[in-house]
Design a binder for this molecule. Structure first.
Ligand code: FAD
Ligand code: MG
Length: 302
């Protein structure tokens, strides 16, 4: 079957994009692999009306509200390739039973999110979303002004370390990745002004709730540690299609204009895959914009 729009990714951004399109009675297919970025967290914060709810509960409500629109088709599968064919796109999917399908569509909305590449320290990935965090607005408040760590993994960690004291007593763990004398004097001064302590010891592993064990045998007990992840586009077809990417030392993102239109005709993108450091609220807003933009493109052209 031919769809007006295929939305790739059925989480906050993708579902939000579907809503205005469904209300304009467009034929939409949503293809979703079911691996939301925040699936490791028990609670989601900082999204108005949903503060503190389970991330999955927000999705369940959204899906229930979308169910009443008959022009939406939902597919649990992974998009493994997208190809431009004449003035259309072919979207290739694979489901969990290794069943392959091809869908033709004029327009695509990419809402696949990103993959967090975590620093490689024993015990860190198991604590992701529990006592190891990336976003103080999401998880800082619940740490009750306690003992916070910032793990150094590049310039972005210095920026984060300067923010964290509003959520607790902060130590920047350099983890032997950089020496203090190579840091800019201006940054050291700012860290000092913000009462951020510096710790140079090399971390061997994280144990219990958030106990850092150092290579020299010492340890430090924390209430939570923040890390800068590398936010990576995990779908190889994104680059292959010829989409323009913005990349820096800590993230990759598809370039869009304010209407969430990419450099390719008929291809829109929204949510975390279009910004370095996203949130549920930003993804919902991006999705709403992409949905409206795609609908308008049918009426007014691109
Ligand atoms: P995602 O939610 O990541 O969803 C992308 C969807 O696309 C997934 O279902 C995925 O399986 C699917 N997909 C990917 N590739 C394909 C493919 N090839 N084919 C089909 N489907 C595909 N934000 C907040 O605002 N508040 C919080 O409290 C908060 N806590 C967080 C806690 C943790 C541990 C993490 C890691 C993040 C947290 N975030 C929080 C950030 C939030 O999770 C993201 O900003 C948000 O999920 C982005 O929404 P999205 O729709 O762009 O992408
Ligand atoms: Mg959270």
């Amino acid at each position: 079957m031919n769809y007006d729009v295929v939305i790739i990714g059925g989480s906050y951004a993708g579902l939000s994009a579907a809503l205005p399109l469904a209300r304009a009675r467009k034929n939409i297919m949503i293809v979703d692999a079911g691996l939301r970025r925040n699936r490791f967290a028990a609670h989601s914060h900082n999204f108005l009306t949903q503060d503190g709810r389970a991330p999955s509960a927000i999705i369940t409500d959204a899906k229930q509200q979308l169910e009443k629109y008959p022009t939406i088709t939902w597919v649990d599968a992974s998009v493994i390739d997208v190809q431009a064919v004449n003035n259309q796109y072919e979207v290739f999917t694979e489901d969990e039973n290794n069943k392959y399908s091809t869908i033709q569509t004029e327009k695509i909305i990419i809402a696949t999110g990103i993959k967090d590449e975590l620093p490689k320290i024993e015990g860190l990935s198991e604590r992701w979303g529990k006592s190891v965090f990336h976003c103080p607005y999401c998880d800082g408040y619940e740490l009750n002004l306690g003992r916070l760590g910032m793990l150094y993994s590049g310039a972005h960690s210095l920026h984060m370390a300067l923010m964290l004291p509003d959520w607790g007593n902060t130590t920047l763990f350099l983890n032997d990745a950089v020496s203090i004398d190579t840091l800019e004097p201006a940054i050291l001064q700012q860290l000092n002004q913000r009462n951020v302590k510096l710790d140079t010891r090399k971390i061997a592993k994280i144990e219990n709730h958030c106990d850092l064990k150092f290579e020299n045998g010492e340890q430090s007990q924390l209430d939570g540690i923040f890390v800068s992840t590398f936010m990576k586009i995990s779908c190889s077809w994104v680059a292959k299609l010829g989409l323009e990417i913005d990349a820096n030392e800590y993230s990759e993102a598809i370039k869009t204009n304010t209407m969430k239109q990419t450099n390719l005709h008929g291809v829109y993108a929204c949510g975390d895959i279009t910004r370095s450091g996203g949130s549920v609220a930003f993804s919902v807003a991006d999705g709403a914009m992409a949905g409206v933009a795609v609908h308008k493109s049918y009426v007014f052209g691109e």
